[in-house]
Write a protein that binds this ligand. Structure first.
Ligand code: NAP
Ligand code: MG
Length: 451
């Protein structure tokens, strides 16, 4: 058993089981047995069950959101959005089963047809920073394709996943089609990699663990999707709407207390407007509300754990602090939003993913330097560009090496558009119209007309 601690007040919220290897294997075997029946459910019935699952999740939006506020310290506004996102991905991918059609390819002497076939058991491994959405991005398209799913939530944040597993049964999904398996990554998650009945692993988490998972999957030539770390840039050109860019910059990095793989944790400001922009940014950072996340006004809650806060603090050298926002005193793992000026692009806080409420700022001279600095990282997940010059927006968007980008906006994720990273930010794409095909094998069958 394992105590789940609330980062808001350091109290024990729940005690959950921590599964053994044998229990994990037994669950994987049950999921494998359930695959035979789930893949045979007609496309229309599978779609209806997923829509009903979406409706049940929706009916429990507030309950799930409150649970996430307690377990992960997410603001209530974000947590409602996150539970709504699970409903949305289920609804969206419920449209897939009847549309998952292969092709008929012209051949002589017969008929050639391709089929999209489900893989079998899919293992989804989820980090603690966005427990609900990241779980849904894995299980919704996987189930729509006819796979069964075993899901391992992060040890720190298992509660919403466990509840969603119960809601799946309530909605009428057959037993063992979606199984939530709480426990340690090194035990439960590791068995997803090593048990040959699991045919694909969808991993979201750190680059370090992701590399080990990919190496493990290679042993069995097992399919793997990796959504890893990031160190994304927010590039502000002198011609931008500086007021809008400065007003939205804190949310782009301090949302979820900076524990967001898409956080724009590097701010590049064109030198000619650097002082003006920093003055605007200081106002918006100081107005950013880090407070009890159950308050409707909260924009940021605590960090997930004492360990995470220690790690984040290790990046903050007081001499580099430009300004800070405010945060409550303990109990709880609080840390004020902090803005650091980088002395150069070699500073550790400029280079490494901090995964906390820390923004590093560096000026740049021109477009060429902005793109070069943005690309000078091992990561490539998201990013933003602020400019009123359309041509520049297009050039820079094409020049930055990243999986997703927004111009004059900080939006990162829409469930109907693809999401994923380049370089060491990951491999493969989730969400969007192609996600279901990523949970299928294409089988080609030739039917001869010769008797
Ligand atoms: P993590 O330590 O890599 O853990 C992620 C998940 O993997 C957890 O469920 C963890 O279990 C499990 N795990 C750990 N070791 C494992 C192993 N040897 N085999 C199988 N599973 C294992 O990452 P984290 O600290 O939770 O999350 C922070 C990181 O995730 C950041 O780097 C962030 O950028 C990244 N992230 C990326 C995205 C994206 O979409 N690209 C989204 C969110 C987060 P335990 O709970 O037992 O540790
Ligand atoms: Mg970890």
């Amino acid at each position: 058993m394992h105590d789940v601690i609330s980062p808001v007040d350091e109290q024990v919220v729940a005690t959950v089981p921590s599964l053994t290897e044998a229990e994990t294997d037994a669950a994987i075997e049950r999921a494998h047995a359930a695959f035979a029946t789930w893949r045979a459910v007609s496309p229309g019935d599978r779609a209806r069950l997923l829509r009903r699952f979406a409706a049940v999740v929706d009916a429990h939006n507030e309950e799930l959101a409150q649970l996430e506020v307690r377990n992960a310290g997410h603001t209530i506004g974000n947590a409602r959005w996150e539970a709504g996102n699970v409903r949305d991905v289920l609804d969206y991918y419920a449209g897939a089963p009847e549309r998952l059609s292969g092709r008929q390819i012209p051949v002589a002497g017969g008929l050639d047809v391709t089929f999209y076939e489900p893989l079998g058991v899919v293992g989804v491994i989820v980090p603690w920073n966005f427990p609900m959405p990241i779980a849904g991005w894995g299980f919704a398209p996987a189930l729509a394709a006819g796979n069964t799913v075993v899901l391992k939530p992060a040890e720190l944040t298992p509660l919403t996943a466990i509840r969603i597993g119960e809601l799946a049964l309530e909605a009428g999904l057959p037993k063992d089609v979606l199984t939530v398996l709480p426990g340690k990554g090194s035990i439960v998650g590791q068995r997803f990699v090593t048990n040959p009945l699991v045919r694909k692993v969808c991993f979201t988490g750190s680059t370090e663990v992701g590399k080990r998972i990919m190496a493990g999957c290679a042993e069995q030539v097992k399919r793997v999707t990796l959504e890893l770390g990031g160190k994304s840039s927010n590039i502000v050109f002198a011609d931008a709407d500086l007021a809008r860019a400065a007003a939205s910059a804190p949310g782009s990095v301090f949302d979820n207390a900076g524990q967001d793989c898409c956080a724009r944790s590097r701010l590049l400001v064109q030198a000619s407007v650097y002082d003006e922009f920093m003055a605007l940014l200081e106002q918006s950072v100081k107005a950013f509300r880090c407070e009890d996340p159950s308050l409707e006004s909260a924009q940021m809650g605590p960090l997930i754990s004492a360990g995470q806060r220690d790690s984040v603090r290790s990046y903050v050298d007081d001499s580099a602090v430009a300004f800070r926002g405010s945060a409550p005193e303990g109990p709880g793992y609080w840390m004020a939003p902090t803005v650091l000026t980088a002395a150069s692009a070699r500073d550790r806080h400029w280079r490494e993913e901090i995964f906390g409420p820390v923004l590093s700022v560096l000026p740049f001279a021109d477009e060429e330097e902005a793109v070069r600095l943005a690309n000078d990282t091992e990561y490539g997940l998201s990013g933003s560009i602020w400019t009123r010059d359309l041509g520049r927006g297009i050039r820079v968007a094409r020049g930055v090496e990243t999986g997703a980008l927004s111009v004059n906006s900080h939006s990162s994720v829409r469930y109907w558009t693809p999401f994923g990273g380049v370089k060491q930010s990951g491999l493969g794409r989730e969400l969007g119209p192609d996600a279901v095909a990523a949970f299928c094998e294409v089988k080609n069958v030739f039917f001869s007309t010769e008797v």
